[in-house]
Write a protein that binds this ligand. Structure first.
Ligand code: DP6
Length: 421
């Protein structure tokens, strides 16, 4: 290793998006390699609103691997971190930083230690796939630091070993995780179906639903489902393979009607499989069910779907609107049924892309109580409202894949000592 007085710190910062599955991954055939029982398809979410930023640093002065998540040091001893670190180190190449006179030969990566700092631009506790963006960003940034020459798909197979859904965050747009056949998992990886520009009419509104309940983790939940649910076997063998082909076709043709029908049916079936688990797992709550009813009622009254809904392992709703007009009408409906609790103003209740608020003509209005009821409600039925049942909304859209951040000021670690800023 060459470099003055062994004091140098070399680092890389990257940003990686989260993703939402529209054909769900649920159930593993191999727990430690994280190999799924079926293919899945996701939409990558715009990193401007939901992403992880990670800085990885290497220095001969570091005495062990360390990681900080949202400013707090966390342990790297877990098998998932260890698997990702081992796999990525074994693929490292020679690295040369001519400007600073630093040379790291390939063989030195096994002995050099790393510092990793990661930050989510959304609350980790909100249950919005933070592990997917987190592991994808860890693997992507380390691959850049260590000059790993493998393509994005091969990197996705490493991120998969951190968290299954993470492999789909290595690409923007629409992504398929192919379950693969090999026992060692090398062919269980993500491929991009279409980039984010392919279908840029779509807009996404996430309802972060208030919940006091501690949910079963995806990892534990899917393990119990594999052990006890006969419905999962039927789903993985008979239903998903056909749905994957139909969903690929719907995405290719920008066929929103099919896209929405498939996404809603698959979300509902995933939750049915959870209910078919012993003991049953409940991820959706009354608010989630209400949001489904609102979407279904509206779609039916319009004759063609305006919105697709999908729910992961928690009560939050991810609503995908056909276009801007539909997103506007959707937001009006959501604010009608779920007004903010009185202490909150709209600006902190609707986050992300606020232009949808503007289009809906409700920007700056503090009191949304006066919104008229949507026309699909029959006049005779008194409408109930559910103030406070949604914590906040995030307006976003399909987005790009991982990027390197070259602006040094965005690094999360100090360039002098490699410790968090
Ligand atoms: C419901 O990827 O979080 O979000 O592989 O055990 O880390 P592990 O699970 P994880 O599971 C995600 C499940 C899901 C559906 C999906 O994203 O496809």
């Amino acid at each position: 290793m060459v470099g003055g007085a062994e004091k140098w710190v070399m680092m890389v910062t990257a940003q990686t998006p989260t993703n939402i599955a529209v054909i769900k991954y649920w159930g593993k055939r191999d727990e430690s390699l994280i190999l799924p029982v079926n293919d899945s398809i996701s939409v990558t979410l715009d990193p401007d609103h939901l992403c992880t930023t990670t800085t990885v640093a290497v220095s001969p002065s570091f005495d062990r691997d360390r990681m900080w998540l949202n400013g707090k040091e966390i342990s790297l001893s877990g098998g998932r971190y260890q698997n990702c670190l081992r796999e990525i180190r074994s693929r490292a190449s020679d690295v040369e930083d001519e400007e600073n006179g630093i040379k790291i030969p390939k063989k030195d990566w096994e002995k050099l230690h790393l510092h990793i700092a990661s930050y989510n631009n959304f609350p980790t506790a909100a249950g919005l796939a933070s592990s997917a963006a987190g592991f994808a960003c860890l693997v992507f940034s380390l691959a850049k630091l260590m000059n790993v020459k493998e393509d994005q798909s091969k990197l996705s197979a490493i991120a998969r070993q951190g968290s299954g859904s993470a492999c789909r965050s290595l690409y923007g747009g629409f992504v398929k995780w192919i379950k693969g056949r090999d026992e060692d998992g090398r062919d269980s990886l993500a491929v991009q179906l279409a980039d984010e520009k392919h279908w840029d009419d779509l807009l996404i509104i996430i309802a972060v639903v208030s919940s006091r309940q501690k949910e079963t983790s995806s990892t534990t939940g899917m393990c119990e489902t594999v052990e006890t649910s006969l419905l999962l076997k039927h789903r993985a063998k008979e239903i998903v393979p056909k749905r994957i082909l139909q969903m690929e076709e719907a995405i290719k043709n920008r066929d929103f009607t099919s896209f929405a029908q498939l996404a809603c049916a698959d979300s509902n079936q995933f939750h049915a499989v959870c209910l078919d688990t012993s003991p049953p797992i409940f991820y959706m709550n009354d608010t989630s069910h209400r949001i489904i009813s609102i979407a279904e009622k509206w779609n039916r009254s319009e004759g063609t779907p305006q919105v697709a809904y999908t729910f992961d392992a928690g009560p939050n709703a991810v609503l995908i609107a056909r276009d801007r007009k539909a997103a506007t009408l959707l937001l009006q409906r959501l604010l009608f049924y779920f007004p903010p609790s009185s202490a909150t103003d709209l600006d902190s209740y609707v986050l992300g892309d606020k232009s949808i608020l503007k289009d809906a003509g409700i920007e700056g209005i503090i009191d949304v109580e006066g919104l008229p009821p949507p026309p699909e409600i029959k006049d005779s039925i008194p409408t109930q409202k559910y103030k406070g049942d949604v914590s906040y909304f995030i307006c976003t859209r399909p987005g790009r894949g991982p990027v390197l951040l070259s602006d040094k000021s965005q690094a999360l670690l100090n360039p002098q000592d490699g410790l968090p800023k």
